[in-house]
Structure formats: structure tokens, C-alpha cells
Design a protein around this ligand. Structure first.
Ligand code: GLA
Length: 672
């Protein structure tokens, strides 16, 4: 795109992305371990059994997870909490199972759990002793159950037992220790352990470093078996946790979740309305669903709550966009969660009554950005409420929630600059369609879909920008162009394109990634037209290169082209589509010919003596001939090619250069 086209919003983003560069290039933990892309589901022993756990009881829980249908509903992690371990470590200094309560040991228990098709979770602590051992110090004076400075040893032990999930608590920090570093050491130890282990940080509050360290992090003090906490109590009620967790919604996303603690449904204190609110809000908040009840004694009513497939589908929505509150008046709360993407037209809505009396909650569709007809489904009643137009009202009992799934008709997206992009031709990737209610782009992190830059989102980054002082906005002239960046798996951008002929096209993409296993894929009207296209790991996140493939047949006419990130993260500058036959010996890169004052950087060594230069629309502009051939990795503005270009009078713009003789795989980038 030309620099003039950059809007104020883009400039804001560019400024912020520059400032946050250092943050963005540190991988978040979920990008390394690729686990729990949807919130983990399972069972944890603490809420119901506390420290009183033993082998037979846990095996029975494993059995009932299968026989009750919980496993098939998605609850697959069986997680032991505190006090599985003996009162001391063994003679080698290794953690060991309590010999009386777990006589067969943890490896055998892990095998039992795995044989049931479940996954095995365990509990540890970053300090000197676990919370139960520390809180009952006199019973466990020398337990050494904490992993402080024994992280690698303990991670190896866990891996040898077949552990799949570690909840890592925060009790009895070693004197002089640093919380963040303690958690980072265990993260690194898990990564070295040779096993894929979900890392669940339990440090009772969100901190910025946590997404880089764990797959989930506890956001509050411990949940108690109560709707509300007593004033001043460290233990939290369900309603308190909803308030505290809500503001953190922007931090959640695939592989990285806010953890508002284990579920109390079925533990005998919450009313049925409160139980359904608890589940609704955990589903809305994209929270882990770790049931905390005695599954062996589950009533049909409780089972119905835990196993409501439509509730689970909201919780497990693959886009991982956590819900947030959009209004809160007199205890009447309206929450929305985008499903699929912000612009898919599918929205989960919770009408939550925090008050102690029944209230009517009105939902105006316009208030949540919906126009036109909406089909409405009640998730707890398992009933379609039909097609509604402007609003709905629900009578919601005290502490209750009406849980709805809305499906809207989508307005078409608005093409960038109101014009379809011509294929064959060049597409600047940052010029994606506008959203409105249409499909335009999907960002895993909802806060990123407005204007603000946030780590992990589809966003615009400046290319070769000048350094500017912190807090200053970049001007158009400070950057040489734009790309999308900070993308993560699943995110996509879409374009309205006008395909000239039904045929296969050759596509070249200018891309960069600082990580392994980065890839993207192209779709036309949601049908894949390429395989995943691998992006090689560059020297750093903005070392650009080009990759190229032949597409499947693309149908002529106006189509929706989607570029989706399919592996790790990728920055994409542009896509160039050309016709097969004309591309065969074209230099596979469109160049930015900023002819004045430029250096040419050759990305591969070249051996070429003659070029044809074409405009982007394929018009032949001239031929450049050299005496001898270029054999170099870099050409300065005084070199022959640059001089010839200048001499030919090309203005800033995009040109296609085809080697007449020589290396067909030549790649050229022209830097100003
Ligand atoms: C802490 C944690 C709880 C539980 C107990 C076990 O309080 O926050 O979730 O694991 O320790 O002792």
C-alpha cells in the first residue's frame, strides 16, 4: 500500500507495535508446548476430598469418569491435588507417593488413568513445602514436598510417571526466592522433561509474565463451596470470582487461560440456579472446567449441568475468545462471548442476575452490535426461541443466568478501499476488508480487534521504521511499508478479490517468522486453495523472505480470499498472484522499486544479466541489460542495476522483474 493510505488507527498500532516489539518476540508458553488449545476439562480432587486422597478412591473416580459419560463429554484430565506425596522425599531426594495411601505408587496410578483413556494431572509447589504441608507444618516438618531448586529432578520424576498436567502452587517460598523465576525454572524443567505437560500456575492472581510461563494461571484466592465469601475472607465465593476474573478476559486465548479455580457444582451448597450460573460463567469466561465434586455420587440433575453439550461447546469454542461483560446495572449483567470469531455472527450471551430477587433483564440486540434477525437458542432449556428482531427479555431468578446462543445473519464485509483486489496482481496483506458485521478478520484476542495493539493479534506492523522516541507516533514517512504481524495460530484476515480467470495461479508471499513450524494457508470462499505454506525460521522475527506455491483452481469473479495462520506466528507483507504461464520464468518476487536513494538487497546469490521489467498489471516497461552478470548478495545504489533502474525513470511502486537469462529463483527486495 502507499504510505498515504495509512490511517490514524494504523499509525497508533504501528507506534504501539514498535514499543512492544521486545515483548512480542518472546514466545508465549502455549506457542512452545502446543497444549490445551481449548480450556482443559477434567476433575480435581481438592474441592471435595482436600488432603484425604488415596489410590482406591482415585481409581474409582477414573472408573466413573468413563462410566458416567463425563470422559466422552470432554472431561479428560484426572488431577490429583495436594497431599498425594509421602511425608518425606526418598533417599535420592526424589518425590514419592505416600506409601500408605498410594501403595502402588504414582506410575501405576498414571498407567491406570491412561488405560481408561484419561490424562493424569498432579500437583506441586514452587516453594519449600506444598500448601497442605506448610499449613500443617507440625505434621510435615521435613517433607521437602516443594520443588524449589529441585525443578529438573521433579519434572523428570513427573514425566517418568506419565504426568500430563502439573498444577504448581505458591506456598512457603524459599527465603530470598523470586516468584516469577521459580515458575520459570519449572516451566523450563517441564520443557526439558521429554513429555508434553500442561503447566498450570497457581499463584492466586494474574501477572504479566504468566502467559509466557504457563498454559493457565489462577486468577483469585481459593474458591469455597459458597455463592459469596464472607467479608474479608481469603476464600472466594462463586459470585466474587466472576467479578474478579472478568476484567482479565483479554489475556485468555488458545493455550493460555485465566483459571478462576475448580468447580463447586455438586458439592451440596449451591442452589441449582447458582450451579447453572457457575457453569454458564465458566463457559463464558473460557475457564478450565475442572469438576470438584465426588463423581461417584453425582445426582442426575448435577450430571445434566456438567454434561450439557451446548454449554461445553461454548466453553470449548476453538477461537478461544473469552467472554466479557457489556452491561451491569443493579446486579443485572449482560455478558457476550464471540464464537468462531468476532465476526462469525455466533455469539453466546449470558443474562446474569447477581441480585437476591428475580429480575427482568432486557437485551437490545443493537447494544451488542447485532442488526437484523437473530435466531436464539436457550442453552439450559435446550430450546429454540425462534427468530427475533430487535430485543428479548428474560425473567432471571436470584443468582440465576439465562444462557443463550445467538446466530445472526452476516452483512457482507466491506472491501478495503471499496474495491475488490484484482487477481492476478498484488495484495498488500494489511489491506484486509473492513469488519462491520461482516467477515473480515479474526483475532484470538478480542481487545486486539479494535484499534489497540495487543500481543498475539492480527495487527499492522511497520517495515523498516525509523527509531522514534517512546510515546511518539510514527509518521507515514517513518516506515517503508506495512505488514501484518503478531499473528498466532487460527487467526485470519480476509480480502474481497476479483479473480480474472478460473485457473490455478502462482502465488508468492513475502513473509517472516522468528520461530520454527510457522505456516499459513490460503482459502477461497472457505475452501483451501493451498496446503499449509511453511515459513522458514529467519534470523529474527522481521527478517523477510519469500515463499511461493501454485494454488488450486481459483474460480473467476468476486471471491473471499482468506489468509489464515496455521503454525506458530508469521508476519506477512504481501501476496503476489500471477498466471502460471507468465510466471514460469518470472523472478518470483515483486519488488518495491523505491528507485531513488535505494539499496538493493539480494536475498539469494544471483547470476543474471538481463531483466524484463513489467508493471504490476503486466505491461512491459523495458529491458535492463548488464555487461557481465551480477554475482553478489547486495548491490548499492551505485551498482549497475540500481543505476539502470534509476535511469529508466521508474517511480515508487511495484514492478515485476523477469530474468531473461540466468537464475530463475532470483529473489530481490529493494530497500529505500
Ligand atoms: C492452595 C491452592 C488450592 C489447593 C490447596 C492445596 O490453597 O490454591 O487450589 O491446591 O493449596 O493445599
Amino acid at each position: 500500500m502507499s504510505l498515504q493510505k495509512v490511517t490514524k488507527n494504523k499509525m497508533n498500532k504501528i507506534k504501539l507495535s514498535i514499543l512492544f516489539t521486545a515483548v512480542a518476540i518472546l514466545p508465549i508458553y502455549s506457542q512452545i508446548n502446543n497444549l490445551v488449545k481449548t480450556p482443559p476439562m477434567g476433575w480435581n480432587s481438592w474441592n471435595v476430598f482436600h488432603e484425604n486422597i488415596n489410590e482406591n478412591q482415585i481409581k474409582e473416580i477414573a472408573d466413573v469418569m468413563v462410566s458416567s459419560g463425563m470422559k466422552d463429554a470432554g472431561y479428560i484430565y484426572l488431577n490429583l491435588d495436594d497431599n498425594w506425596m509421602a511425608k518425606t522425599r526418598n533417599a535420592n531426594g526424589d518425590l514419592q507417593a505416600d506409601p500408605t495411601r498410594f501403595p502402588s505408587g504414582m506410575k501405576a496410578l498414571g498407567d491406570y488413568i491412561h488405560n481408561k483413556g484419561l490424562k493424569f494431572g498432579i500437583y506441586g509447589d514452587r516453594g519449600l513445602r506444598t500448601c497442605h504441608h506448610y499449613n500443617n507444618s507440625s505434621q510435615f516438618p521435613n517433607s521437602g514436598s516443594g520443588s524449589y531448586m529441585k525443578e529438573e529432578r521433579d519434572a523428570k520424576t513427573f514425566a517418568s510417571w506419565g504426568v500430563d498436567y502439573l498444577k504448581y502452587d505458591n506456598c512457603e517460598p524459599a527465603p530470598g526466592s523470586n516468584q516469577r523465576q521459580d515458575y520459570e525454572r519449572m516451566r523450563d524443567a517441564l520443557l526439558k522433561s521429554g513429555r508434553d505437560i500442561v503447566f498450570s500456575i497457581c499463584a492466586w492472581g494474574y501477572q504479566d509474565w504468566m502467559p509466557k510461563t504457563g498454559n493457565l494461571w489462577r486468577t483469585t484466592g481459593d474458591i469455597s463451596n459458597a455463592w459469596e465469601a464472607k467479608p474479608g475472607d481469603w476464600f472466594r465465593g462463586v459470585a466474587d470470582i466472576i467479578e474478579e476474573n472478568e476484567k482479565l478476559y483479554i489475556h485468555a486465548g488458545p493455550g493460555k487461560w485465566n483459571d478462576p479455580d475448580m468447580l463447586q457444582v455438586g458439592n451440596g451448597k449451591l442452589t441449582m440456579d447458582e450451579s447453572r450460573s457457575h457453569m454458564t460463567m465458566w463457559a463464558m469466561m473460557a475457564a478450565p472446567l475442572l469438576t470438584g465434586n465426588d463423581l461417584r455420587k453425582m445426582t442426575p440433575e448435577i450430571k445434566d449441568i456438567y454434561m450439557n453439550a451446548e454449554m461445553i461447546a461454548v466453553n470449548q469454542d476453538s477461537a478461544g475468545i473469552a467472554g466479557h461483560r457489556v452491561s451491569n446495572e443493579n446486579g443485572k449483567q449482560i455478558w457476550i462471548r464471540y464464537l468462531g470469531s468476532q465476526s462469525s455472527g455466533n455469539i453466546a450471551v449470558a443474562l446474569y442476575n447477581k441480585n437476591n430477587t428475580t429480575q427482568t433483564i432486557d437485551l437490545n440486540f443493537a447494544d451488542i452490535g447485532i442488526t437484523g434477525e437473530v435466531s436464539v437458542r436457550d442453552i439450559w432449556q435446550k430450546k429454540d426461541l425462534g427468530l427475533l428482531k430487535t430485543s428479548l427479555s428474560a425473567e432471571v431468578p436470584a443468582h440465576g443466568t439465562t444462557f443463550l446462543r445467538l446466530t445472526t445473519k452476516l452483512d457482507p464485509a466491506e472491501p478495503f478501499g471499496d474495491k475488490a483486489i484484482a487477481i492476478p496482481g498484488k495484495l498488500e496483506v494489511e489491506d484486509y476488508d473492513k469488519g462491520s458485521a461482516g467477515l473480515a478478520y479474526s483475532d484470538n484476542e478480542i481487545a486486539n480487534q479494535g484499534n489497540a495493539y495487543r500481543e498475539g493479534g492480527v495487527d499492522v506492523v511497520g517495515l523498516n521504521c525509523k527509531a522514534v522516541p517512546e510515546g511518539t507516533f510514527l509518521k507515514d514517512s517513518d516506515c517503508e511499508g506495512y505488514a501484518i504481524g503478531y499473528t498466532t495460530v487460527g487467526e485470519w484476515v480476509r480480502y474481497t478479490v476479483n479473480v480474472e480467470k478460473t485457473k490455478k495461479y502462482y502465488v508468492v508471499a513475502r513473509v517472516s517468522s522468528g520461530s520454527e513450524n510457522s505456516s499459513f494457508r490460503l482459502f477461497l470462499n472457505d475452501k483451501a486453495i493451498t496446503d499449509t505454506i511453511k515459513v522458514p525460521k529467519g534470523a529474527d522475527w522481521d527478517t523477510y523472505t519469500t515463499v511461493s506455491v501454485m494454488t488450486q483452481e481459483m474460480t473467476a469473479g468476486e471471491q473471499a480470499l482468506k489468509l489464515q495462520i496455521t503454525g506458530n506466528y508469521v508476519n506477512v507483507d504481501w501476496l503476489y498472484f500471477c498466471e502460471e504461464e507468465n510466471c514460469a520464468d518470472t523472478i518470483k518476487t515483486a519488488i518495491h522499486a523505491g528507485v531513488n536513494n535505494q539499496n538493493l538487497e539480494l536475498l539469494s546469490q544471483v547470476k543474471v544479466s538481463e531483466f524484463n521489467v513489467f508493471s504490476i498489471t503486466g505491461k512491459h516497461l523495458g529491458r535492463i541489460h548488464f555487461d557481465g552478470s551480477m554475482l553478489s548478495n547486495s548491490i548499492s545504489k551505485n551498482d549497475a542495476f540500481a543505476k539502470e533502474m534509476k535511469f529508466a525513470g521508474y517511480i515508487n511502486g511495484v514492478y515485476i522483474v523477469r530474468a531473461v537469462k540466468g537464475d530463475k529463483a532470483l529473489k530481490i527486495v529493494v530497500k529505500e
